[in-house]
Design a protein around this ligand. Structure first.
Ligand code: FAD
Length: 384
């Protein structure tokens, strides 16, 4: 899962990194609109209700709150106060220390048997990922079937990049990877570049020069505090639908949703007239919520006893693993900790990336092959 990168974090820069960055949202202004869902009313009305305070949900909520009353519901807690989430060094530990209920990384295994993880924390997977940042491939705009306004897209990139994207400083392992990619013919060399371009480049990182993580949560600092509520430990269970009929057709619209707080208490969040429910619960969470709300393939919904509100054959379908080959080596010289900074992109569409981590190898104490020791042995593992 280390290199699953590019998928949803594809938004962003080209030289605006020297602009003033917004205040990092840890202060009272930020916290005042983040509340435990137990403190939210049992029923309230909003213009926009966003499910999932993750990579997509936070910037969307911040933008909408400039003009509308917005509620964000996030099933996890806040990332602050958890050093492993906030530093490069904590990356692997976060992915290894998972539990069923509230670890910020939720482990899961795909139907093909591939172990993976997804975020369960304010900021979503941008708080547990490897921090590599890229603008989208041009092909994406051309083939998405959507008519993008590229002027707005580019402004959005700059908006994100100005806040949370940094130029990484290459040290020994990443420099060696860059030189090796060029030696292997992955050219041209594109230097530091946030565009998705064939060749070898240094990409953007959401880790700053001190190795501190920045994430989608930081983008909440753009929000208008008086217009936004962020409920944490709020698990959305179902979108509420109502029929509206015009003379020619009958339609279902989302009128609100039901969520549960940490204490098991139920709440209703409802949309005002012309309001919307927006699902930003991730590639798994969003279709899951549609299915729980009765939107999906009729036979599948029937097999779970879910009443069908709208038959749609593709909801929950066509989700695939993004395969990678990983080669890990134990180098003979110590290497720095590094996540993804350099990337080689080939004409055929392969991405070659590398990281280096210092990993504790603990002896079990009872092994016939290892000396008993209470302190682990720290080894550098470099991965391509
Ligand atoms: C280990 C790892 C490393 C990665 N590395 C990179 C990288 O270096 N670069 C890159 O570009 N991409 C990387 N990715 C991928 C990238 O992080 C994701 O594509 C992106 O974060 C997805 O954004 P999202 O908004 O769709 O979902 P998320 O950011 O996951 O947000 C979904 C949010 O919805 C919440 N949620 C879900 N269901 C509910 C519910 N029912 N009620 C309330 N809340 C709910 C979740 O808790 C979560 O916070 C990596 C991913 C992983 C797992």
């Amino acid at each position: 899962c280390l290199l699953q990168l590019h998928v949803g974090f594809l938004v962003l820069l080209c030289g605006v990194l020297s602009r003033a960055r917004p205040q990092f949202p840890r202060g009272p202004n930020f916290l005042q609109f983040v509340v435990n869902a137990t403190e939210l009313p049992s029923e309230d009305y909003y213009d926009y209700i966003i499910v999932g305070g993750g990579t997509a949900g936070c910037p969307l909520a911040a933008t909408l709150s400039r003009s509308y009353r917005v509620l964000v519901l996030e099933r996890g807690g806040v990332p602050y106060g958890r050093p492993n989430l906030m530093t490069q060094e904590g990356f692997l530990t976060t992915l290894m220390e998972t539990d069923t209920f509230d670890s910020p990384a939720q482990a899961f295994t795909s139907e093909d048997g591939i172990p993976n993880a997804r975020g369960r924390v304010l900021g979503g997977s941008s708080v547990i990922n490897a921090g590599f940042y890229s603008r989208a491939d041009e092909d994406f705009y051309q083939n998405s079937g959507f008519n993008w306004d590229l002027r707005v897209v580019n402004q959005s990139y700059q908006w994100v990049e100005g806040a949370i994207v940094f130029r990484p400083e290459l040290r020994n392992w990443q420099s060696a990877v860059r030189d090796s990619l060029l030696e292997a013919g992955i050219d041209p060399y594109n230097g530091f570049n946030l565009d998705h371009v064939v060749g070898t480049k240094i990409g953007g990182s959401t880790f700053d020069s001190l190795g501190r993580r920045h994430s989608a949560v930081d983008l909440l600092s753009y929000a208008k505090a008086s217009n936004i509520r962020v409920g944490i430990y709020a698990s959305v269970e179902r979108v509420l639908l109502a029929s509206s009929s015009t003379s020619s057709e009958s339609r279902q619209s989302a009128i609100g949703l039901v969520y549960r707080d940490q204490m098991g208490g139920y709440h209703h969040a409802m949309v005002r007239e012309h309001g919307e429910v927006i699902l930003c619960a991730g590639a798994i969470g969003s279709p899951q919520l549609l299915l729980l709300s009765g939107i999906g393939p009729r036979p599948y919904l029937a097999s779970w006893g879910i009443p069908v509100a709208y038959h749609h054959p593709y909801v929950g379908e066509y989700l695939y693993d993004n395969p990678r080959n990983g080669i890990s080596i134990l180098p003979s010289v110590p290497l720095e900790h590094s996540l993804i900074q350099v990337v080689g992109i080939t004409e055929m569409g392969a991405y070659i990336e590398a990281s280096s981590n210092v990993i504790p190898f603990a002896s079990s104490g009872s092994s016939a092959f290892a000396a008993t020791s209470s302190s682990p042995l720290y080894l550098t593992v470099a991965t391509l």
